[in-house]
Design a protein around this ligand. Structure first.
Ligand code: GRF
Length: 206
């Protein structure tokens, strides 16, 4: 049997992507186990969902900034992930920018899911940005994480139609359904070495 990879998952929200990834690991669709879940929000649903599944989960205070980790917090996140011996890190709604030392420690093995078709609508509440702009299709994007905000090489995208009468909440819900389908599949492919990264281009070896 091939070896199981160890995933670290970082999130600030309710944890639907974590649940999808952990479920796919348990079902044998992703050759990994979720080794640790970290959150910058003490009462985040993602921590509760991890604990329900018996996954080691910790709140680590982000420090004094609003949009990034301060140096001490960044060191604590790196140490926790290294101690858990993670091979790959999946960001699942982690609302802080990761830079410098964090990426030096783990890139290119850090992946993120964004709730829009990048490079359209990077940043916050991307589903709302798409709705306000009036696009007819949006979706989600899985990409490698680099120093920018939602700028890393794109690995996969899934389309979601914008429907007449959509509200931000309805559209976000359908995007999240797409995320839960796409993210585990992409993580499985990455771990199996089925994705080649050449600069900004990524190729699926199928
Ligand atoms: C997802 O929509 C993700 O794309 C965004 O934050 C949300 C996290 O949702 N960056 P959840 O915590 O996985 O339910």
């Amino acid at each position: 049997m091939s070896r199981k990879f160890r995933l670290g998952i970082l999130g600030s929200g309710k944890g639907s992507n974590l649940a999808a990834i952990a479920g796919a690991c348990e079902a044998g669709q992703v050759p990994a186990e979720v080794a640790i879940v970290l959150s910058d929000v003490a009462d985040a649903g993602i921590l509760a969902r991890a604990k329900e599944r018996g996954i080691h989960a910790r709140f680590i205070a982000p420090g004094k900034f609003r949009t990034k980790l301060d140096d001490e917090a960044e060191r604590a996140y790196i140490a926790a992930l290294q101690q858990a011996q993670v091979d790959w890190i999946a960001l699942a709604g982690f609302m802080r920018i990761l830079k410098g030392d964090f990426l030096r420690a783990f890139a290119p093995r850090v992946v993120n899911i964004h709730p829009a078709l990048l490079p359209s609508f990077p940043g916050l509440e991307a589903w709302k940005q798409a709705l306000d702009y009036g696009v007819k299709v949006t979706g989600c994007t899985v990409h490698l994480v680099d120093q920018g905000i939602d700028t890393g090489p794109i690995i996969a995208q899934q389309i979601v139609q914008v429907l007449d009468g959509d509200t931000p909440a309805k559209l976000h819900e359908r995007i999240q359904e797409a995320e839960q389908e796409l993210y585990p599949k992409v993580i499985a492919a990455l771990l199996r070495g089925e994705i080649l990264v050449q600069g900004r281009k990524t190729l699926w070896k199928r």
